[in-house]
Design a protein around this ligand. Sequence first.
Ligand SMILES: [Zn+2]
Length: 321
Amino acid sequence: MTSPAAGEGRPDYAPVPPSALGPALNDQGYYVGRVERNLYWVTDGVYNSAFLTTGDGVVLFDAPPSIGHNLQRAVDQVAADNGVSNRVTHLVYSHHHADHGAGSSLFGDVVRIGHEETHRLLRRDGDPARPLPEVTFADAFTLEVGGERVELAWHGPNHTPDNIYIHFPDHDTLMFIDVVNAGWVPIYNTNLSEDVIGYMEAPAIALAYPWTHLISGHLGRLATRDDVAVHQQYIADIEASSREALASVNPVPFYTGAGANVWLGIKGHLNAVTTAAAAPVIAKYTGVLAAADIEEFTYTTTFAIMQSLRLDKGPSGPVHP
Ligand SMILES: [Zn+2]
């Protein structure tokens, strides 16, 4: 896999902004770079992972199967260059999802660390590629290996019930997966998130930590605080235009026009609200965030946020007199 050149793309879609693209991959399909000192990140251009080299071995943070065996290759390359151990001794799960963790079993008998909800969900899902973490925590855990310190914390559900914040206080870095995509819009339905309110509030929690570098789950480059701010504005714009569309689109014609088929009425109404709410956001962010003009992404994220405004925040509708 190689990164396409900036500007290259399908003629019916806006070119990918060069700012959204990361470094070129090597012949084996990965890039490994130093974040700060002995903290490194690895990418295949779509998925990101990270590792910390220490005097007692290597701590790996997530193991996306798409990077797979290239994770150990990246560790070997860095360890050889720096004369340190290439032995992975610990693996931290950011959350239970297979696309970020199913390379875990490649590392055999290492100490796995994860949130207690990650443990529960991995036990539920029973995937041998993602062995259960033997070290779990509820709210916070300080991981200390070879004189290095990493702060793991859970601040409530967002993308998943178990998605954690991984702070490297001595490396000016936060790792936080599957909420902000560096330079790109979220994919479908608030980046396939389970808790919409938690997803919307998570970036502010991330920004409350001190850091300069963000290792996000996707897509091939590190993120900055500005990337998080642009993402927050994109979500805030969707929220504002959803409120406006909910208030301005008249539902009555959709329901009267649907006759006895009430569900056809609701489809007409909610689709009209979503289209009205998403259109100005798609226009504003095309050329700013990559893939903003893939309508399904902003449309389904708008639908999810609009429904959360109705169902979580309320009101869902007028009270019958
Ligand atoms: Zn995920």
